[in-house]
Write a protein that binds this ligand. Structure first.
Ligand SMILES: [Zn+2]
Ligand SMILES: [Zn+2]
Length: 282
């Protein structure tokens, strides 16, 4: 089996499609299980173009739970959410998310200091920083996210490469520390195909990370980070080839925040449609 555990809906302000549109796209792609994981309220900023507001969270949950019932027998729908890790607002975030019966929480670092570094509107700030230091700070923050013990899945583990601004230093020792923390936390990470649609032109995370994670024994799951129905399960042939090539034979799935690993498909992954790049962030 293969799953797509990372997709957004119009509720986040920069995606097209309802929960049902995304689930139906997943059915069309031949998936048997799918997870919606829209952007949780940010709490550190109020930007309607980047995430739902706190008062929209209950209706988001209701909409996904209704889809779970509606599509029962055709596809299993999981209730997920993509939540930032942002230390100053973390208590508020945990209290907010724990109110609902999520199947999994994707932990993503999109903000460092006051910079939402994956927002295309703020890409100019890459000119003012030391990329090596920035990568080290990012990886350290992702490790803090894992050590917080709240999350299930590391979202797009090397999102810092999104605009193809690359560090020069060897990141492998940092990845190893991060992955050991992810393993201790009982989490998995996602292979996220959205990196192919941005200047990085590479799946998140890079192949070296996937191979190291396989060696350390950290489970993996899959996400398209689709912001429109056309991108559901997009480029999963490449994701599956990467994961299999690293030696994985199973995919991590979640129900009620509990992980279970199931065998990857032996045959071909779901079909692909070519599609133009989408704007917006991840
Ligand atoms: Zn994201
Ligand atoms: Zn997004």
């Amino acid at each position: 089996m293969i799953v797509d555990y990372h997709m957004h809906t119009a509720r986040c302000g920069h995606a097209d499609g309802s929960v049902e549109d995304m689930v139906e796209a997943a059915i069309d792609k031949g998936l048997r299980q799918v997870g919606i994981a829209d952007h949780a309220p940010m709490l550190y900023a109020d930007v309607p173009m980047l995430a739902m507001s706190p008062d929209e969270l209950p209706s988001y949950v209701d909409e996904v739970l209704q889809a779970k019932e509606k599509y029962r027998g055709r596809i299993e729908v999981r209730l997920g959410i993509e939540a930032d890790y942002h230390a100053p607002t973390q208590g508020e975030r945990v209290s907010m998310i724990e109110l609902y019966p999520f199947d999994y929480v994707i932990g993503s670092v999109h903000v460092l200091g006051d910079w939402i570094f994956d927002n295309p509107a703020d890409v100019g700030r890459y000119e003012d920083i030391d990329l090596d230091d920035f990568y080290v700070e990012y990886i350290h923050t992702v490790r803090e996210m894992a050590e917080s013990g709240f999350y299930n899945i590391v979202g797009h583990p090397d999102l810092v490469k999104k605009f193809d601004k690359r560090a020069a230093i060897n990141l492998i020792p940092r990845y190893r520390e991060l992955l050991e923390a992810v393993k201790r936390a009982g989490m998995c990470y996602e292979v996220n195909t959205a990196g192919l649609r941005w200047p990085a032109r590479e799946i998140y995370p890079e192949p070296a990370f996937v191979h190291l994670a396989a060696e350390i024994g950290v489970p993996v799951t899959f996400g398209s980070d689709a912001h429109c129905p056309e991108d559901v399960a997009r480029d999963f042939d490449q994701a599956l080839a990467l994961v299999r090539g690293a030696g994985y034979r199973e995919v991590a799935t979640f129900q009620g925040r509990i992980m279970s690993c199931v065998p990857l498909p032996e045959g071909q992954p779901p079909d692909e449609h070519g599609h133009d790049d989408q704007g917006g962030d991840e």
